[in-house]
Design a protein around this ligand. Structure first.
Ligand code: NZQ
Ligand code: ZN
Length: 388
């Protein structure tokens, strides 16, 4: 196991009515709040009106910026930076999912910076400061409510790129599972694939002697596999929604990766799909992750056997480990299908005509992943597997 420092400073308030505490939490950071949200589900559900009331009751002034799209766009981030500077806001409050939170985080680091905020995402600059960000979460998926990262899409070239810094962890995140009752089944399923992928990016490592965090990862994966169908069949099942919501935060708050070398090739390969075709990130991962597994398992077969046996209860074939591994991957695909996700590009309506360009872009900064470093030709082969 590697040396590590674990410090997750996001204050999580979890449970029924959590969002009612937003005034008290936000007031600790100043007087003026930029209320940032997406395409309008929070308007339709009445959540926006309630949040505004809680903020006003705490004596706070509100400036608002809605319109964040899934796969959040750089142009709105720039608009938010200008607005926050002009209005001298003290805190950005993201009410929504990963896209809204990521947009808020990018605005947060953009406001105090002298240069172009996109430079952070292109690896040309490091953020030194940020406006504080708070969260009212409405979808368990990205884990952005306590992660260090933000993923933004630049419409100029449809480049989707992540950037992360410890200063970008939200100050507080309010998690009420009841706010997720309104999620459509498909969106719930996309969130499930994303949270599972966040765990698997950490699970598939070459690092020896990480048995404790292996077991944490496996328990989290098994819980998600158990709760997801319940949440989809009974959208107002509090227990299922609550377990998914907490699992998705833990999946990406850093804990499960401690002491391990993490991979992240599948995420970076997926970002080209959601960047270009604007599909949900989780749907892209349901396609890419199994394909990645098929391409790399020979480099560390025992880890893939362990996954099959412990996560999907595959009976181990001691004479033929490959059979065990492939059955584990098949069961993962079967699970994704069972909750309504695509597992091949054509099922998501994505044509096979831009693999070369996507592989080029995905490896433009160098090889991807750590279990096996993947070069352009490897990524191209993985896109082919996504199609076969
Ligand atoms: O736009 P609104 O009206 O808010 O509707 C959203 C959106 O259409 C809707 N929704 C959210 N909560 C709802 C709801 N609809 C009904 N009831 C609710 N309670 O769901 C749609 C998707 O929302 P979005 O925020 O895009 O989903 P998600 O949380 O999955 O975020 C995806 C983004 O996060 C990035 C992804 O790349 C993608 O851009 N990621 C961010 C990470 C991070 N910052 O740490 C890590 C992840 O790997 C991921 O890459
Ligand atoms: Zn993700």
């Amino acid at each position: 196991m590697r040396n590590f420092t674990f410090s997750n400073t996001t204050k999580i308030i979890f449970g029924k009515g959590a969002e009612e505490k937003v005034g008290r939490e936000a007031a600790q950071y100043g007087r003026k709040v930029l209320l940032h949200y997406g395409g309008g589900h929070i308007v339709r559900s009445g959540l926006k009106e309630r949040v505004e009331k809680y903020l006003k009751d705490a004596g706070l002034e509100i400036v608002e910026l809605g319109g964040v799209q899934p796969n959040p766009r750089l142009s709105l981030v720039r608009e938010g930076i200008e607005l926050a500077r002009r209005e001298k806001v003290d805190l950005i409050l993201a009410v929504g999912g990963g896209s809204v939170i990521d947009s808020a985080k990018a605005i947060g680091i953009g406001v105090p910076c002298q240069g172009d905020v996109w430079d952070f995402f292109m690896g040309k600059a490091e953020a030194q400061e940020t406006l504080p960000v708070g969260v009212v979460l409405t979808i368990p998926a990205a884990g952005s409510e306590s992660s260090t990262g933000s993923v933004i899409t630049n419409e100029d070239g449809w480049l989707k790129r992540p950037y992360g810094s410890v200063i970008m962890r939200p100050k507080f995140a309010l998690l009420n599972p009841e706010l997720t009752y309104s999620l459509p089944p498909y969106q719930t399923a996309c969130g499930v694939a994303d949270m599972m992928a966040h765990i698997m990016e950490r699970y598939f490592t070459n690092e020896p002697e990480v048995g404790f965090s292996d077991h944490l990862c496996e328990a989290a994966l098994r819980s998600i596999i158990q709760e997801a169908p319940r949440a989809i069949a009974e959208p107002e099942n509090y227990g299922a929604r609550a377990n998914l919501m907490w699992a998705s935060t833990i999946a990406h708050n850093g804990l499960l990766g401690m002491g391990r070398e993490e991979d992240w090739a599948s995420h970076n390969i997926e970002h080209e799909l959601s960047g270009i075709y604007d599909i949900a990130h989780g749907a892209g991962l349901a396609i890419v992750f199994p394909a990645w597994m098929k391409y790399v398992y020979k480099h560390n077969p025992s880890r893939f056997v362990q996954f099959a046996v412990r996560v999907f209860q595959v009976e181990q074939d001691f004479c033929n480990p490959e059979r065990t591994i492939l059955e584990g991957i098949r069961r993962l695909e079967e699970f994704f299908r069972s909750i309504g996700l695509p597992v091949r590009l054509k099922e998501a309506g994505i044509p096979a005509d831009r693999f070369e360009e996507m592989a080029e872009k995905a490896t433009a900064d160098g090889p991807q992943g750590s279990l096996v470093p993947l070069y352009k030709g490897d990524v191209l082969a993985i896109y082919e597997l996504c199609n076969s």
